[in-house]
Structure formats: C-alpha cells, structure tokens
Design a protein around this ligand. Structure first.
Ligand code: FES
Ligand code: FES
Length: 172
C-alpha cells in the first residue's frame, strides 16, 4: 500500500516479520539502522564501494546502500545481528575473526563477516580454500585498518568448520 511518498513494506529480518512505512527513496541501510535500530549494518561510502553495508537478501550478499527499502518488500534479510545462534554462540566466521585479530576499529567487520559467510556457504568445497581465493572474493570490501592479512587468515580458518557443517548437512 502506498500514499503520496510513502509505502508500506513487509519483510522478514533476522527471522522476524517486520512492517514499516517508508519514504519511497529511503535506502534499505537507513531503514535497517533507523527504523529497525539494527545499527550493526554500517554505512561508509553510500555508493557501493566499501562493502560495509552488506547484508544477506534471500541468502545472497547485497549492498544495502544501493537498494531502496521498498525494493526489499517481501524479501528475507539477514543482518550481522542475525548471524550468531539464538543462544548467543558465534558463527564460525565471527569466532575466527576474533581468534585471528581480524579487526581493529570494526567498522568494516559486519560487511566482511556477512560477505565471507555467503561465500563459504556456497563455494565449491572440492578444493581446500586458498588465501588467494579469499583475497579475490573479498576484494570488493574495504578495510582501512588491518592490512587484510588477518581477515584472510580468519576466513581460511573458518572455511574448515563451515565445510564440515555443510558436509554434515548433506553436502549442499
Ligand atoms: S556503504 Fe554501501 S558499499 Fe559502502
Ligand atoms: S577494522 Fe577498521 S576499517 Fe576494517
């Protein structure tokens, strides 16, 4: 339903049904941060370059600064707040970032974690993950602090655990 310049949107965010009335030109990242108070989705460049605003939309990574909230109507969205288990235990990628000191200021971290999870959950696991492969996949995200080395190490470490979980789940 819409009137003048606002539209009612419905979506599932981190497993919860949400409804909002949004200006037609409101960005998805701003809807998540301002209306839903999910401020773990960070906004850096607002032009699709840095990757800090990455969320999963129907299980695929997308830059929420490049979408209007109305374009997410009817979709399923996962933000960094929805990545850990309900009991609070961290996702293997989050744990690997912690163990490998893969963050400093943390501004880029939600985007890197979301992007890495999406990658590890869909990649071809017939070959072990190489650091070069991780660097290539994450080349669309920017970190101003770490020099990337520990981020790459963290993703390689997490891959072993995620691969094991996928194998147990039927090799998807
Ligand atoms: S804020 Fe979206 S890509 Fe930088
Ligand atoms: S840890 Fe500071 S921008 Fe990446």
């Amino acid at each position: 339903m819409s009137n003048a310049n606002t539209t009612v949107v419905n979506m599932v965010v981190n497993g919860q049904k949400v409804t909002g009335s949004v200006p037609d030109r409101k960005l998805l990242c701003d809807f998540l941060r301002e209306d839903l108070v999910l401020t773990g989705t960070h906004v850096g460049c607002e032009q699709g370059v840095c990757g800090a605003c990455t969320v999963l939309i129907d299980n695929r990574p997308a830059r929420s600064c490049l979408m209007f909230a109305v374009q997410a109507d009817g979709r399923t969205i996962t933000t960094i707040e929805g990545i850990s288990s309900p009991d609070g235990s961290l996702h293997p990628v989050q744990r690997a970032f912690h163990e490998n000191h893969a963050l400093q200021c943390g501004f880029c971290t939600p985007g890197f974690v979301i992007n890495s999870i999406a990658y590890l959950e869909q990649r071809d696991t017939s070959e072990p993950l190489s650091e070069d492969e991780v660097r290539e996949h994450l080349s669309g995200s920017v970190c101003r602090c770490t020099g990337y080395t520990n981020i790459v190490r963290a993703v390689v470490q997490a891959a072993a655990e995620v691969d094991g979980q996928r194998a147990e789940g039927g090799g998807e």
